[in-house]
Write a protein that binds this ligand. Structure first.
Ligand SMILES: Nc1ncnc2c1ncn2[C@@H]1O[C@H](COP(=O)(O)OP(=O)(O)O)[C@@H](O)[C@H]1O
Ligand SMILES: [Mg+2]
Length: 275
């Protein structure tokens, strides 16, 4: 697959936000991600699919500073992305995890406020002395966090410990916490894993509403109906490499993608034996 020309990329949607070029992640002898190039434009919802072990989560880890890629480059809003999770968040990229990572002994509201603190300016002295700036920022963080809980549909669960929330609510809470960092791009790693069909539809609606706020979204998912309903473009990763990239309907009908998921079709010969 050849990358689209620089000028064409993202021109319809307001410019390229994330640009990963030839990203490779090698673990000893295992090349989990090999020469992956991918871009996400402002306002786009992009899907990342591929069988288990294809390297999707590892690629997310390379983008978000959990791993430093063995080679390749990542730019965000035109700037090289520093390989440090905290700096990635400051740059405007937030994520959720395939295995939910919440503070289990904190309430839903407190979990969202943790995300919010990366945008506050108070220092330790302000906090210890409870200076006006600290009090004002606390109030702002609480209000914004409540707003975000309402946005994901958890306003009534603000005071519930996150460990007591049902699984689907925990996934939505993780999204609220990510949104609290004011990202321009949200990365979601299997946001509907473990959800029932009703919750999956709600998650789809939530992601559309996030896009309508002006954010771009990059989403890993196994649920094909979900992906192809939602995404403007889809990348299919197989054994660490991009196998196919394109609009949803193109990727959906590509025989190589079908083969990657369910294997080659078996040819039945006329005598009824498998070939
Ligand atoms: N930290 C690590 N050390 C060694 N191997 C890893 C590490 N993380 C992932 N892998 C391997 O990289 C491959 C891709 O894994 P992963 O990115 O989790 O796939 P996916 O998310 O597509 O299911 C797998 O073979 C996995 O075992
Ligand atoms: Mg994964």
């Amino acid at each position: 697959m050849t990358a689209a020309p620089e000028v064409a990329r993202g021109s319809a949607t307001g410019g390229v936000l994330l640009d990963a070029h030839n990203v490779t992640m090698q673990f000893g002898g295992l090349r989990a991600v090999g020469n992956v190039s991918m871009h996400v434009s402002r306002g786009e919802i992009v899907g990342l699919i591929g069988p288990n072990g294809a390297g999707k989560t590892t690629f997310f880890n390379c983008l978000t500073g959990l791993y430093k890629p063995t080679s390749g480059s990542v730019t965000f809003a035109g700037q090289p992305l520093p390989p440090r999770p905290r700096k990635v968040v400051y740059a405007g990229m937030a994520r959720t995890f395939q295995n939910i990572r919440l503070f289990h002994n904190m309430t839903a509201l407190e979990n969202v406020m943790v995300g919010r603190y990366c945008r506050t300016k108070t220092n330790a002295i302000d906090a210890v002395l409870r200076l006006p700036r600290h009090r004002r920022e606390e109030r702002e963080a609480t209000d914004r966090s409540r707003e975000l809980l309402a946005f994901v549909g958890l306003e009534k669960k603000a005071d519930t410990l996150s460990r007591n929330l049902p699984y689907g609510d925990q996934r939505r809470l993780e999204i609220a916490r990510a949104l609290a960092t004011d990202p321009q791009l949200l990365l979601l790693d299997e946001p509907t894993a473990g959800m029932n069909p009703q919750e999956t539809r709600e998650a789809e609606d939530l992601i559309f509403r996030i896009r309508d706020l002006g954010l771009a979204v990059l989403v890993i998912e196994h649920d094909m109906r979900f992906i192809f309903n939602l995404c403007d473009r889809v990348y299919c990763l197989v054994r660490g490499e991009v196998l196919v990239e394109g609009a949803g309907d193109v990727v959906q009908n590509d025989p190589r993608v079908i083969e990657a998921y369910i294997g080659k079709p078996t040819v039945i010969e006329e005598d009824g034996n498998d070939a």
